[in-house]
Write a protein that binds this ligand. Structure first.
Ligand code: PLP
Length: 407
């Protein structure tokens, strides 16, 4: 993308004009959440000021308009990830909620001694929900390791499957290492053993084309707030035949067909899994984030971020004492690093004083930190609106703060 095109994109993100520490904000925490373009903000405002009425319940105009907006988003999400049907698109509160839904509902079929394959690079959201099953059923977690570049050991992955394996769940892109995993190949391996697959797409969906039919996974989950969309909304894609068999996750309004005190029948898909009032204003506005991704072009986004990743990596590698975690050739625009034995929090705090927003800590991946033998990292992550000048500002700030911290 040209500088002019990026400048034009930035005009739609007023928050990027903010000052922090007396300087223009340099926002490099996009892995945690990305900023929101004005088209999405306007859609939220419109949702509250023009069409706010509860969905699926009313015959009046506002309720029908609100319902239409929500269902339009469902169609657009289906197109965006190439699902077969809107029945396969469930709105949730986010990636975490989507995984909890699958673990809680699909997990009902697991039996004592069954095994779930995860990887060492998983976010806590793709670890803890599987552990919660243990309060009911004694499932075992089998964990795939990484090599020194932060890539999964596929031979080990293959070897973990046996007759007790009931699920494989792994991230498409690591939120710490940036590694893009070969999810299509991994899904084919699992399916050759008759094992269903959940892909955590939280870090892939803002950057990559997602085609759930091509991957052939059984579940794919992601969050709107990392895709330039509103907070508090997520998606669970599920293969229709599996969703049909799964029991509801939560009970309440919207998810029923008929209720008596003796017995309840449930609504059709996807509503069976959407109990209660959803964030329909946010869901309606999410369409504008999908428009933004489509109009900007995921290929353009990927190419621009890749260029920033290469440039920033080269500049960081020139800093003495620099250790970068995650150097896979197939990598998304996130750089986790440590410098000498400087504590990540100290570095993050001083960078913040200079207007640079990076994330520090374990990034909700404590088992990965343990595997790497470190307490945490500093993490800089890029989005389509970031620029080379911002990378330069980030490196200049490091050049100023590192001598202070080295003492
Ligand atoms: N999975 C991965 C790989 C993530 O990076 C994150 C958030 O950073 C999540 C899951 C959880 O997403 P959310 O907090 O939106 O539910």
């Amino acid at each position: 993308m040209t500088e002019k095109e990026v400048t034009e994109i930035r005009r739609h993100f007023p928050i990027l004009e903010r000052k922090v520490g007396g300087r223009r904000l340099v926002y490099l925490d996009n892995t945690a959440t990305s900023q929101t373009p004005d088209s999405v903000v306007e859609a939220v405002v419109n949702g509250y000021t023009r069409t706010k009425a509860n969905v699926h319940r009313g015959v009046h105009t506002l309720s029908q308009e609100a319902t239409d907006l929500q269902e339009e988003t469902r169609r657009r999400v289906r197109d965006h990830i190439n699902a077969r049907s809107e029945r396969e698109i469930i709105f949730t509160r986010g990636t975490t909620d989507s995984i909890n839904l699958v673990a809680s509902s699909f997990g009902r079929r697991f039996r004592d001694g069954d095994e779930i394959i995860l990887t060492v690079m998983e976010h806590h959201a793709n670890i803890v929900p599987w552990q919660l099953i243990r309060s009911r059923t004694d499932v075992k977690l089998r964990v795939v390791d990484i090599n020194e570049r932060g890539e999964l050991d596929l031979d080990q992955y293959r070897s973990l499957f046996n007759e007790r394996t009931v699920m494989a769940a792994f991230c498409h892109v690591s939120n710490v290492l940036g590694t893009v995993n070969p999810v299509k190949e991994m899904t084919a391996i699992a399916h050759s053993h008759g094992v269903p697959v959940l892909v955590d797409g939280a870090q892939a969906s803002p950057h990559l084309h997602i085609d759930v039919q091509d991957i052939d996974c059984d579940f794919y989950v992601f969050s709107s707030h990392k895709m330039y969309g509103p907070t508090g909304i997520g998606v669970l894609y599920g293969r229709e035949s599996l969703l049909e068999e799964m029991p509801p996750y939560q009970g309440g309004g919207e998810m029923i067909s008929h209720v008596t005190f003796e017995h309840t029948t449930y609504a059709e898909l996807p509503f069976k899994f959407e109990a209660g009032t959803p964030d329909f204003v946010g869901i309606g506005a999410f369409v504008k984030a999908l428009d933004f991704l489509r109009d900007t072009g995921l290929d353009n986004i990927e190419a621009h971020e890749e260029e920033l990743l290469r440039y920033a990596t080269k500049r960081l590698e020139a800093i003495p004492g620099m250790r970068i975690f995650g150097t896979a050739p197939c990598k998304s625009a996130v750089i986790s690093f440590l410098v000498n034995d400087i504590h990540p929090y100290d570095l993050g705090m001083l960078l913040d004083k200079m207007g640079i927003a990076v994330r520090t800590g374990h990034h909700c991946a404590q088992p990965l930190m343990e595997r790497l033998g470190i307490p945490g990292t500093v993490r800089a992550s890029f989005a389509v609106y970031n620029t080379r000048e911002e990378v330069n500002a980030f490196i200049s700030a490091l050049d100023r703060v590192l001598p202070i911290l080295r003492g």
